[in-house]
Design a protein. Structure first.
Length: 401
């Protein structure tokens, strides 16, 4: 390198360092320290990038078709992440987007998680691998407080059509066996929830599906409209509001007959819900996403509850959500794909306070919505951790046998 090139190189390095120092000084008010006792984080971790189903509407079939070899986070990496983050989490969810039970050492993952006593740990699964060592680890450790099993149909043909695999009997059998084992072991956790997506293609048989799911002994059924639920999605109920309202009525009859099981059902459409401007659809969307728990009067945030939710901010995700993929990349929500840091390379505190993260927090506090934030209409739980935080703080009892 000649003297001029060397000078340029030094100048650029100094400039970059000065820029970073300037950023940190300006954004220092947005730094999040990790020695705090208030557990501000909703932590969603992908321990792998694999699934054994190919569901309609999921990103996974396309992802899998690109020939990914599949990666499972090592136990060492999971331990590192757990040690640095779990004391900060009020809720840890496995996974964010893939099938966690595909991890070859899922049982060990659960046993590692159990050491940290996170108040709420949720596992979302398609249920096809909920057996053997995996199920035993969940029941023995009592670390998983909530287990959500996705069941959109109990009809074998429809299930295959929606999920790309003939897994329905397997899933139903695993779920039933698991719930029975929980009862026999006289343990409290996990609360077993069935997640059912409402689509045009399964709408007619939803009452029958709900009856079958309830008969498994689940504690709760949560029914959600497919996303996106606007007219861009051919599977959305907005294309057939009358059909949804009729299904809603029939589902109501099933719920009344099975009053011991908590069931959340989005409301029927009202006349002005579907308008051209989409505003009233938005209202309906918000109503549709209200958790069933809100019917148990848990909507309010207790006054004085300590949290890191800045006053009046548009979105709390960059303060209260950490999504970590199986390579350690850190994202603040499901709508921003570009990582803001890497927790395995940099450590969590550094990644959670990267310049990109601080800039995003600064923009949101100042109401400057840029990039994905400018287009974001999300009302999902990941954009509203406080609601989830309160929701999960409530006590619950297993459904009576
Ligand atoms: S089971 Fe879940 S992750 Fe797998 S394809 Fe279906 S929706 Fe996607
Ligand atoms: S994209 Fe949406 S959810 Fe994500 S940080 Fe921005 S406003 Fe929040």
């Amino acid at each position: 390198m000649g003297p001029l090139a060397s000078q340029m190189f030094t100048y650029q390095r100094i400039r970059r360092a000065a820029g970073m120092l300037f950023h940190r000084a300006v954004f220092s008010q947005h730094l999040m320290t990790t020695d705090r006792p208030d557990r501000p984080l909703l932590l969603r971790i992908d321990i792998n990038d694999l699934c054994n189903q190919l569901c309609t509407g999921c990103f996974y079939p396309k992802y899998a078709s690109k020939g990914h070899r599949g990666h499972s986070m090592s136990l060492h990496d999971f331990e590192k992440i757990a040690a640095e983050t779990f004391h900060l989490a009020y809720y840890v969810q496995l996974p964010f987007g893939f099938e966690p039970l595909m991890h070859p050492r899922f049982d060990r993952i659960v046993r590692i998680a159990a050491r940290y006593n996170v108040p709420n740990t949720g596992v979302v699964t398609n249920g096809s691998l909920l057996l053997g060592k995996r199920a035993e680890a969940i029941l023995e450790t009592q670390a998983v407080t909530g287990l959500a099993i996705s069941i959109d149909s109990t009809d074998p043909i429809r299930f295959r059509q929606l999920r790309g695999r003939d897994h329905v009997r397997l899933v139903m059998r695993n779920a039933e066996t698991f719930i029975r084992a929980r009862t026999d072991s006289r343990v409290r956790y996990p609360c077993v929830v069935a997640n059912t997506i409402i689509m045009r293609s399964n709408m007619k048989e939803l009452p029958k599906t709900l009856e079958s799911i309830i008969s498994l002994g689940v504690d709760e059924v949560q029914m959600f409209h497919i996303e996106p639920m606007d007219t861009s999605n051919p599977e959305s109920a907005v294309h057939c509001p009358a059909e949804w309202n009729e299904a809603h009525e029939r589902l109501g009859e099933v719920i009344r007959r099975n009053s011991k099981t908590r069931v959340y059902l989005p409301p029927p459409y009202e006349a002005d819900d579907i308008s051209k401007d989409g505003r009233s659809l938005q209202r309906h969307t918000q109503l549709s996403r209200r958790s069933s728990h809100e019917t148990y009067e848990t909507d309010a945030v207790p006054p004085g509850e300590p949290d890191s939710y800045p006053e009046g901010v548009f979105c709390v995700c960059p303060w209260m959500v950490a999504i970590i993929n199986c390579w350690g990349d850190l994202m603040p929500c499901s709508h921003r794909n570009e990582p803001l840091g890497n927790v395995l390379n940099d450590g969590f505190e550094k990644a959670f306070n990267s310049n990109r993260h601080l800039r995003l927090r600064n923009n949101l506090v100042r109401g400057k919505l840029k990039g994905a934030c400018a287009l974001c209409t999300s009302k999902t739980p990941s954009s509203d951790p406080l609601r989830r935080r309160i929701v999960r703080a409530i006590d619950w009892q297993p459904a009576e046998a």
